[in-house]
Write a protein that binds this ligand. Structure first.
Ligand code: AMP
Ligand code: MG
Length: 398
């Protein structure tokens, strides 16, 4: 299946899970809003000063050196309570309420101050340097929409509305396990033929970065049909989504695809991409199953190209637009026709601002250091052949 078709498939096959809960604002970080937030108030709540200076009545400013009597001060959190009459002004600080009777703030640099008298020049516009009530968000307006991820700006925005808690979609329960008799845990020692299980850790990181996920780490499962079947059934009973790595290819110890068709349904299992051709997607009961390849780079690429969007959809988010940029390729790249390739690239900008990309070097799907060095994918479409240095290529920033 071509890459774009698999993406479309995921968009049409997956629906948001419906559960939701109300959480405090700290807990809401990186979660997904489950409702449209209508602003309960104006932000800012009242007119206030954008400057340190003097609150005046604009009609008073009749010549180059109007003398005004200073009758008090308005600080942020300590408003001036009196009424300002013609010929009077109030010292004011940024964020302080505009006193009754005043309609303009003159910044302090434009005022000479002599005891209780402020001397104000001309050329000031009525209403200047005042932040109006509701100029950020009007009471009753839709401040944030259902499906919005709560990032740092949304954290602050919700707080500015005075909301101490919000309704978000439930955490997605994602079970992960690795497969392979050769795998050992970091910290243990290796026998000949063994390697450390890295996939579960890169997966853990990518899931964590997504937020809103409760990770059920089921460890490493041996290459035995029975153990794998038991693990899949166990995971399906506990989790909304199951993500495994390895054993999904056509080797003699690769049972995942067979098992998926036996205990669930296979929707697709091969994508015309490199790295990551074997990628199984299907359902086991009501759980969504992603069988990622074993090779460490393939795990990260397939997760980032497919699984992440699928999880976002299940969490009630809109799929993110995938932007591609054009960059000048500084490396020669060997590329066969027939598959979309996601080469790992390092993007830089030359002194004229042009985008230049070169590969991270060896592009084997076991070269995990390529993912660490890269800051983008160089995306080479199905019909693309070799790339010569100096050609333009598409890149996707990480
Ligand atoms: P498989 O698809 O199971 O045949 O695995 C393909 C390659 O990826 C083999 O070289 C495996 O040893 C390697 N591999 C599989 N799982 C992991 C893992 N969790 N961590 C690191 N390498 C792995
Ligand atoms: Mg294996």
């Amino acid at each position: 299946m071509p890459v774009e078709q698999a993406r479309q498939f995921i968009r049409h096959f997956l629906f948001p899970l419906s559960g939701q809960e109300t959480v405090g604002l700290h807990e809401a970080f990186l979660r997904t809003l489950a409702y449209d937030v209508l602003s309960p108030m104006n932000v800012p709540p009242q007119d206030n000063s954008a400057m340190d200076g003097y609150a005046v009545r604009h009609a008073d400013l009749v010549n180059d050196a109007t003398k005004l009597r200073m009758i008090g001060s308005s600080f942020a959190g300590h408003p001036f309570s009196g009424q300002v009459s013609p010929g009077e002004c109030v010292r004011i600080m940024t964020g302080a309420l505009i006193p009754d009777g005043c309609d303009t703030v003159v910044m302090q640099e434009h005022v000479k101050h002599d005891g209780a008298v402020a001397v104000v020049g001309s050329g000031h516009s009525p209403g200047q340097n005042i932040r109006r009530a509701g100029e950020d968000i009007r009471q009753g307006a839709t401040a944030l929409s259902c499906g919005q991820v709560i990032r740092p700006a949304e954290m602050g925005l919700l707080a500015s509305l005075g909301l101490g808690e919000v309704a978000v979609f439930s955490k997605l329960r994602v079970a992960i396990f690795s497969t392979g008799d050769e795998l050992r845990q970091p910290g243990a020692s290796l026998e000949p033929g063994q390697i450390y299980d890295s996939n579960r850790y890169s997966l853990y990181g990518m899931l964590g970065e997504l937020g809103g996920v409760e990770i059920l780490d089921m460890g490493n499962i041996r290459d035995s049909r029975d153990s794998l079947k038991a693990a899949l059934l166990d995971a399906a009973a506990k989790a909304d989504v199951i993500i495994t790595s390895g054993g999904v290819s056509v080797g003699e110890a690769d049972y995942i695809k067979q098992l998926l068709s036996e205990i669930g349904e296979v929707v697709f299992w091969k994508i015309a991409m490199k790295p990551g051709r074997p990628l199984a997607y299907g359902k086991i009961g009501s759980s969504h199953f992603f069988g990622l390849p074993g090779n460490p780079v393939a795990v990260m690429v397939t997760f980032q190209q497919f699984v992440r969007d699928a999880l976002r959809l299940l969490m009630g988010q809109q799929p993110k637009a995938v932007f591609t940029l054009k960059a000048l390729c500084a490396s020669n790249i060997k590329k066969a026709l027939g598959r979309t390739e996601f080469q790992r690239g390092i993007l830089t900008q030359d002194e004229n601002g042009a985008l230049i990309v070169h590969t991270t070097g060896d592009q084997g799907s076991d070269i995990l250091s390529s993912m660490s060095k890269a800051n983008c994918f160089i995306v080479l479409p199905v019909s693309q052949g070799n790339v010569e240095a100096g050609n333009s290529v598409d890149i996707q920033l990480f």
